[in-house]
Design a protein around this ligand. Structure first.
Ligand code: NDP
Length: 322
């Protein structure tokens, strides 16, 4: 028997229970991996609370991890026992061992640790599709990026800098502002004492932004739309403050575009997953992006990690070690 963190009922962090879990043998196309690290992501909170539905309970949440292949199911030829692998977007990550489809895994390049792989796959591939595909950011682009000192945020600051774009980040504290600036944000707005819409107007001299990346949701969507120039793009990709409520389409009257993307849709095919991961690994290998693992907890202490994430006490990425 191996251990994992299981959810028997939806609710607060205390619902996350460390216990023995069954794993089973890999079916056709699957492999069994021994995990060395799992990633913590805000989506884990959505599943825990029920904002995003789980197929059944009890459930093992967690969408990201890294480890070693220890058993192959029938027909798996792309991987061998002992391969170092990582994934993002497959529920079941809060476990010492798990079964996963072989075509959802990528091999971890030499020089990248299990911890870094577990920290970067979900947040890093998200930044890649947001900045390269959802809206093709260039050196001419002016971007507003909310939660700029978070896991996704600090990677986005670095990737935007590499593309030569102007990134305006929002954060809640001065300490977080410093981190975002160091990661490459051109301007940082501290929301505890500044009105982000007024500041965006000032910073851009009224030109406003080409694209707003909004993962905060309920508290920010209205202001985010006001930060866009005509024909700008609003990318609503998360709900840290709660889901965006239904709104009148006339709010997009400045000929705005609105999209609600997900990493799963952008990495649905094996080819798309491989291309995204390869680009991300190349950015990290070249030193243009460093994955900031600013918190580490043992998997057993996942509840504590959830408390910190929801209380906005974390910055950068958080890893659960196994
Ligand atoms: P973060 O590390 O960014 O943590 C969330 C941050 O949101 C907080 O640190 C906080 O930063 C900010 N925030 C603003 N309001 C609230 C609130 N009321 N409660 C809690 N936090 C708040 O998390 P992740 O990097 O894991 O994810 C960032 C966002 O991106 C999440 O919304 C997540 O769901 C989304 N996401 C979406 C994906 C997709 O494909 N659609 C994929 C990956 C992530 P501050 O204190 O500075 O305001």
């Amino acid at each position: 028997m191996v251990h994992g963190v299981r959810l028997h009922e939806l609710g607060g962090p205390d619902r996350l229970v460390w216990e023995e879990i069954p794993v089973g043998v890999p079916g056709p196309g699957d492999v069994r991996i021994k995990q060395r690290a799992a990633g913590l992501n805000y989506i884990d909170v959505y599943f825990r609370t029920g904002l995003y539905p789980l197929a059944s309970l009890p459930a093992i949440i967690g969408m990201e991890g890294a480890g070693d292949v220890i058993a192959l199911g029938e027909g798996v030829t792309s991987l061998s026992i002992g391969d170092r692998v990582a994934y993002a977007g497959a529920l079941g990550g809060y476990a010492e061992e798990r079964i996963i489809a072989a075509d959802r895994l990528v091999k971890i390049p030499e020089g990248i640790s299990y911890e870094t792989a577990a920290a970067m796959m979900l947040q890093g591939m998200t930044v890649r599709y947001l900045l390269r595909e959802t809206f093709a950011v260039t050196s001419e682009s002016v971007i507003l990026f909310h939660a700029a000192a978070g896991g996704v945020g600090l990677i986005a600051c670095q990737w935007a800098r590499a593309l030569g774009a102007t990134l305006i980040g929002t954060v809640s504290t001065d300490e977080k502002a410093e981190l975002a600036r160091k990661a490459g944000a051109t301007h940082v707005i501290v929301t505890a004492r500044e009105d982000f819409v007024a500041r965006v107007r000032e910073i851009t001299n009224g030109r406003l932004c080409d694209v707003v990346y909004d993962s905060v949701g309920k508290d920010t969507y209205r202001g985010s739309l006001d930060c866009l120039r005509p024909r700008g793009t609003w990318v609503s990709f998360g709900n840290a403050s709660g889901p965006v409520p239904p709104f009148e389409l006339t709010l997009l009257k400045g000929s705005l575009f609105a999209t609600r993307p997900s990493l799963m849709a952008y990495t649905a095919t094996q080819a798309a997953l491989a291309a995204n991961a390869a680009d991300l690994f190349a950015m990290v290998a070249s030193g243009r992006i460093t994955i900031p693992i600013n918190q580490t907890y043992t998997l057993r202490d996942a509840a504590e990690a959830h408390r910190a994430l929801e209380a906005r006490r974390t910055t950068g990425s958080t890893v659960l070690t196994i």
